[in-house]
Design a protein around this ligand. Structure first.
Ligand code: ARG
Length: 701
């Protein structure tokens, strides 16, 4: 018997499921049998007495969960950090545990009242004593971890719990003698899994399946080579035995009803301190300020969700709520993250949402120089579509040529600073590129309540676009198209071949004839099938009148390509009278510039298709300059490309039958995007119809 190991338990005299504070307790109120619980507890007690000395704390009436002594606090050497329970239901246990620790000679550390931490339920020492694993996400707050490091003088590795069934670290994670680790990876986010894998070599990691996890197999008490648990599958027992452990199963089903098992019912109170182990925590915090229609526009929710989803935690330091409908709010938020890398990631995302450092902490951007052409420094700031400013020598300057997915290059000539977006491949040696997240701010045009209502009116991304809703959106788009045309503005269309397959060619042609389109962007296919339809009446071999495949129709597009190639170009085909109608015909006739970006198929291409994609991209960008509105018609890939080249402020209308495409494209988080889930041919016909109504008494031909 290992005399030196002591364990604290609490007899289940007052144990019951009286409330619900974890998913296991749901449906189990007063469903556990006290007699059976006592019997199971005694068995566990008996088993443990063979391997350790068991001390008891007096159970207290009214605190049914006090049996779970793992949550009393976290012990290391003579020190204990007392628990601060997250739920009121357990907070009354704190003074009783505190008393016990004091009576037994421990130095007790207490966290602030509003900083939850649930003791050894959420903090587990590596059994070699090298570091402390600490969980957060449900019960304990990440911000409690730096205190553990400081008070207990140990390195803390924070793990983010993401499955509410495994709300305490000890429900899914169990460090074992000899550096082994028994755990359920599904309970952790990917960052935490990565951290575990970095610290524990693969031959020491014993991962379990969900079936074992829900039997609380990880909620095990390990003393030397013995592991005591509720229940384990044969496979798990074998793998533990293989590496020299002796498994004792003892049923604890009555306690599972409260969400606990063997480990929860115990607290190891002899945890030796290692000489050469010292405090260290990679946790970082910083304060960021959010400003705007934080509530109206849902920015605050988005921001705080984003912090938590990335494994960080936050504390809102102050929140100045705009009182009037039109006034904006300001909030200072302290954000913490378990590592520098995650802190940077979270900061970047918050900056994209418009967060800035509070005035006293604003500093200049960090800049690194390009040393290899076409390659940015590692931590370069990746741009968004939103207007961005960078601070150089204490002055903010607006980034030029704003677009997404670029780097920011800063130039200083004669004391004048300019900053502009540059795509990676254009970076030249010596370019000075903005890195990290300091000194950068983006202006998110935050929508007030009124703007949001109109957006919701028009936004169809939810996928429940009833026909009437489509009509309403079309009415609005028609009206805007009309405005843009009448003031000499610019509308660019990106279109895929589906426009032709769905019978949209005649309607798109009509828009072009009537001055509603100033440029067309697509690939080889839209032109091929448009011309196929104009020349042969089919699209991809399908008869456009009857809707049935035509015999030999699969050859049509090849013949068409061949014909145009003989003519020399689409324009020449029109001039020679070979191509008499259709979308491409209208482009030529109405001097509407177009760019057909590449083809991966080797059955063409048309002579006009630009097969050098870098040239095609440049041409797209040129044609997009000064655009007021982009109609994206059933072409995901070309539309994504176009979206990335376009700064915020340009209205985008994305039409696709697939709601996922619409959501992806119109989710630019800005007022200007409208998604319409519908058949594109139908959409175009409604649009032309609507424009006719607006245009009457003159008729659209
Ligand atoms: N009903 C208790 C709670 O939800 C169970 C505690 C289990 N303890 C543990 N260390 N996992 O707090």
């Amino acid at each position: 018997m290992a005399e030196s190991i002591r364990i604290l338990m609490c007899p289940p005299d007052h144990y019951d499921v009286d409330y619900v504070i974890n998913p296991w307790m749901e449906g189990n109120i007063h469903k556990s049998s006290r007699d059976r619980a006592v019997e199971q507890w005694q068995k566990l007690h008996h088993v443990l007495k063979d391997v350790a000395v068991v001390d008891l704390v007096n159970p207290q009436k009214g605190w049914p969960d006090m049996v779970f002594t793992a949550n009393a606090g976290l012990v290391l050497g003579d020190n204990v950090v007392l628990s601060r329970f997250f739920h009121e239901e357990r907070q009354g246990e704190e003074p009783h545990f505190k008393q016990w620790f004091e009576d037994n000679g421990f130095t007790v550390y207490e966290l602030d009242e509003d900083l939850p931490f649930e003791g050894a339920g959420d903090a587990l020492l590596d059994r070699e004593g090298r570091w402390l694993w600490a969980g957060y996400g449900f019960r304990s707050e990440l911000d409690s971890h730096p205190y553990l490091a400081k008070w207990l003088d140990i390195e803390v590795l924070s793990l983010h719990l993401i499955d509410e069934r495994f709300y305490h670290l000890d429900t899914c994670f169990c460090p074992l003698t000899g550096g082994y680790l028994l755990y359920y990876p599904g309970a952790f986010d990917s960052y935490s899994n990565h951290l575990i894998e970095m610290r524990v070599p693969v031959e020491k990691r014993i991962t379990i399946e969900e079936a074992d996890a829900v039997n609380f197999a990880c909620n095990a008490v390990n003393v030397n080579q013995t592991i005591v648990m509720n229940k384990a599958s044969d496979r798990l027992k074998e793998s533990l035995q293989e590496v020299g452990f002796n498994i004792i199963e003892t049923p604890l089903t009555e306690f599972l009803k409260a969400g606990g098992a063997a480990k929860c019912l115990t607290l190891r109170i002899t945890e030796p301190v290692l000489e050469d182990v010292h405090a260290n925590t990679p946790i970082e915090s910083r304060i960021l300020r959010m400003e705007g229609h934080l509530l109206d526009a849902g920015i605050m929710n988005t921001a705080l969700d984003l912090v938590v989803d990335n494994g960080g935690s936050f504390k809102v330091l102050n929140f100045n709520l705009g009182i009037e409908r039109q006034s904006t709010s300001v909030a200072d938020v302290r954000v913490s993250a378990p590592s520098h890398q995650l802190m940077e990631e979270i900061s970047r995302q918050l900056i994209d949402l418009g967060a800035v450092a509070p005035p006293q902490e604003v500093c200049d951007v960090k800049i690194e120089t390009v040393t290899k052409a076409g390659v940015a420094p590692d931590d370069f700031y990746v741009t968004t579509i939103y207007p961005t400013e960078v601070r150089v020598n204490g002055e903010w300057s607006r980034v030029q040529e704003q677009r997404m997915d670029a780097a920011i290059v800063v130039r200083e000539t004669n004391g004048q600073t300019t900053a502009s977006c540059k795509i990676l491949r254009d970076l030249a040696i010596g370019d000075r590129v903005v890195v990290d997240v300091d000194g950068i701010r983006t202006a998110r045009k935050t929508e007030s309540r009124e703007q949001r209502t109109t957006q919701e009116f028009s936004f169809m991304g939810a996928g429940v676009s009833s026909e009437r809703r489509v009509e309403l959106v079309v009415e609005q788009i028609a009206w805007e198209l009309r405005q843009i045309r009448d003031r000499g503005g610019k509308v660019v269309v990106t279109a895929g071949p589906v426009v032709i397959h769905t019978g949209g060619a005649q309607h798109l042609s009509s828009l072009m004839r009537n001055g509603y389109v100033q440029a067309l962007l697509g690939g080889n296919a839209i032109a091929v099938h448009d011309i196929e339809q104009a020349l042969m009446g089919t699209s991809l071999g399908v008869d456009m009148q009857k809707g049935v495949p035509v015999r030999g129709g699969h050859r049509h597009h090849l013949k068409v390509i061949n014909t145009v190639r003989r003519c020399g170009s689409i324009a020449q085909a029109v001039e020679q009278g070979v191509l008499p109608k259709g979308v491409m015909y209208e482009c030529v006739k109405n001097n509407i510039p177009f760019c057909l970006a590449g083809s991966i198929r080797d059955d063409g291409p048309l002579p006009d298709t630009e097969m050098d994609l870098i040239k095609a991209q440049a041409e797209y960008a040129r044609l997009l300059e000064g655009t007021d509105m982009i109609l994206m018609l059933s072409t995901m890939l070309h539309s994504i490309g176009v979206g990335n080249m376009t700064p915020a402020g340009v209205k985008m209308v994305c039409v696709d039958i697939n709601p996922a495409v619409v959501t992806k494209l119109s989710d630019r988080g800005s007022v200007e995007s409208v998604g319409v889930v519908t058949d594109v041919g139908l959409f175009l016909s409604l649009l032309v119809n609507q424009l006719e109504k607006l245009t009457s008494p003159y008729q659209l031909s």
